[in-house]
Design a protein around this ligand. Structure first.
Ligand code: AMP
Length: 202
């Protein structure tokens, strides 16, 4: 989210899109909720159809995009590459955080149900668990419970981690140290994007 504000480029988050569908109460949203709450992945076909539609919208076509939460499998990466051809992704960013810390961060995370702003038990909103940005209710996500987190990390290791090599082999990967406060991590991500841009110009 903050990266997309920095570059003034649409933030395309598959998780946000699924949560919006859940909120709308549609059949699709209710099915997505079941998978999300238990930490399972939705099928590649459903996700990539949703992503294809979003990437065809005029704001994305005009400005580009920051894709968040996708691809999560090699098949999604292949479909994404085919969707973008003959263009390619500028860069993928692997934010490296030790597993124990990921567990702690997710278990302590609290999120605004209206605008998605992130807080944590150690950095709550100023007033009574109401969002500083929009006044919405700030809650724990259903999939930030211990069981669902464990399942998500298991699937990450099995299905998503292989993408690190996949993108490295295509010279499209930057590894960024994800330890430390959000501002510091954001600065590192921006630096790695700018490094890559500058190298491209030389
Ligand atoms: P996120 O907000 O990115 O953590 O995503 C929340 C949940 O939405 C995930 O745990 C999955 O259940 C589902 N989801 C989001 N993105 C994807 C994806 N690319 N492929 C499959 N499932 C996804």
């Amino acid at each position: 989210m903050r990266l997309s504000h920095h570059y003034v480029v649409p933030h395309v988050s598959t998780g946000d899109m699924l949560r919006a569908a859940e909120k709308s109460g549609s059949d699709f949203g209710m099915k997505a909720k079941e998978s999300m709450d238990s930490g399972e992945l939705l099928s590649d076909e459903i996700i990539m159809e949703m992503v294809a539609e979003r990437l065809a919208e005029s704001d994305v076509v005009a400005r580009g995009f920051i894709l968040d939460g996708c691809p999560r499998t090699t098949h999604q990466a292949e479909v994404l590459a085919a969707l973008l051809a003959p263009q390619t992704l500028d860069l993928t960013v692997d934010i490296e955080v030790p597993t124990a810390q990921v567990m702690r961060r997710l278990a302590g995370r609290r999120v605004c149900v209206d605008c998605g702003a992130n807080y944590s038990v150690s950095t709550p909103p100023k007033v009574n668990w109401l969002c500083d940005v929009c006044g919405g209710e700030v809650k724990q996500r259903k999939d930030d419970t211990e069981d669902a987190i464990r399942r998500r990390l298991e699937l990450y290791e099995r299905q998503t981690a292989p993408l690190i090599e996949w993108y490295e082999g295509r010279n499209q990967l930057a590894r960024v140290n994800g330890i430390g406060p959000p501002d510091a991590v954001l600065r590192r991500i921006i630096r790695s994007i700018e490094d890559r841009r500058n190298r491209g110009r030389r």
